[in-house]
Design a protein around this ligand. Structure first.
Ligand SMILES: [Zn+2]
Length: 156
């Protein structure tokens, strides 16, 4: 099994155990720990205290435990990974074109079915109790699946 891409398999408690006292970044990372466990960004910020100036954010980001350089392909059915483009350029969300097309197809299908189910639930005369229970179950299932198919227009 591959390590967690966020923590890279490191025990988060280790970042509290292996770093030095509070202070500038250089002091927070003893030379003998370079290349070993780095503190998290949050730990570095907490060490600086609540009044830390924003011109230290970049330094702390450079010194902190880096995030994974790769992430899973956005197609929930795929286990391939996408690499962060180190040399710049637009980062890939899908490992290949077929995955992007599959993602969009399934997402569209789920959204369309969800809209039909909502319309059927709201119709007059109202559906029977057993039909309503069935439709609500089907709606919940599509919402559950759609959590894996976020709308690219609503990205952060
Ligand atoms: Zn893929």
């Amino acid at each position: 099994m591959s390590p967690c891409p966020t923590c890279l398999g490191q025990d988060p408690r280790a970042s509290f155990d292996r770093v030095g006292p509070a202070g500038p970044v250089e002091a927070a990372i003893p030379p003998n720990t370079v290349g070993r466990v780095r503190p998290s960004y949050r730990v570095l910020r907490e060490r600086r205290g609540a009044r830390a100036s924003l011109d230290t954010v970049a330094d702390d980001l450079k010194a902190a435990l880096p995030h994974a350089p790769s992430a899973r392909c956005m197609n929930p059915e795929c286990s391939e990974v996408c690499e962060w483009p180190q040399g710049g350029g637009r980062p890939a969300r899908f490992h290949d074109r077929a995955c992007q097309e599959r993602f969009q197809l399934v997402q569209r299908r789920l959204v369309n079915e969800q809209e039909d189910i909502l319309s059927a639930l709201a119709r007059a005369p109202r559906p029977s109790r057993s039909e309503r229970i069935f439709l609500e179950n089907q709606l919940a299932r599509r919402r559950w699946l759609l959590e894996r198919y976020p709308d690219p227009l609503h990205r952060l």
